[in-house]
Design a protein around this ligand. Sequence first.
Ligand SMILES: [Zn+2]
Length: 250
Amino acid sequence: MTPAWVCLGYAYSIATPQVWNTHFVLDTRQGLLLVDVPADPHVHFPRFGLDPARAEHIVLTHLHPDHVSGLPLLLQNLALRGRTRPLTVHGPAHALRGMQAWLRALGWEPWPWAFPVQWAARAVTATPTEVLAWAGVRVWAAAMRHHVPTWGLRLEGPAGRALAYSADTAPNPALDALADGAVWLFHEATGPYPGHSTAQQAGATAARTGVGQLLLVHVEPGREAELVRAAQATFSGPVRVPRVGERWPL
Ligand SMILES: [Zn+2]
């Protein structure tokens, strides 16, 4: 099975019953890598033929509720389903410390049935750093410009196709380095707010970095067509908002 990535949501902080907060998974023969966990995977994943029990790695891009708030419930439900093998959580040290504090507050650690969670905190800079090589996929992270320490990502599959993800950020050179020549740029288009990007800025990043297509995410559901038009002002390649459940071979 070729590793594939699946878009599981593209909404900004306020999701809808049809469009969940922005996140995706990488589906491989060796299991799942989740990039952000904004909601309860046991409710959401089965719609797309995915079983959260196959999770092996999780990347938290940053410690904001619309990106991480489903993780404690995921861990609890995996434990209740009898998981004993470890799960590894990657991300900025700030995000992992915060999540560990939250889990302590929720009483995770003393649970007799809790399985091991490995916390793979890494300090990354504006230069992309390889943070994981697994299931034929290499993952690089670089520091973005957001309100809290945030990782932008590049995932490269065995066939050399790359997916770049801005997470939440203002435009910056580290994101350009991650996106360079990628097939897909999964880019936030929240709007003209500090620590975020507009659709026009996402288009400009796509144009500078020569990506194959621009997928606008972290957007307000209902504004998709307007934001695509805005990005087309700065990027002449294909631009759209991904469908929830859409799947691409990496
Ligand atoms: Zn954020």
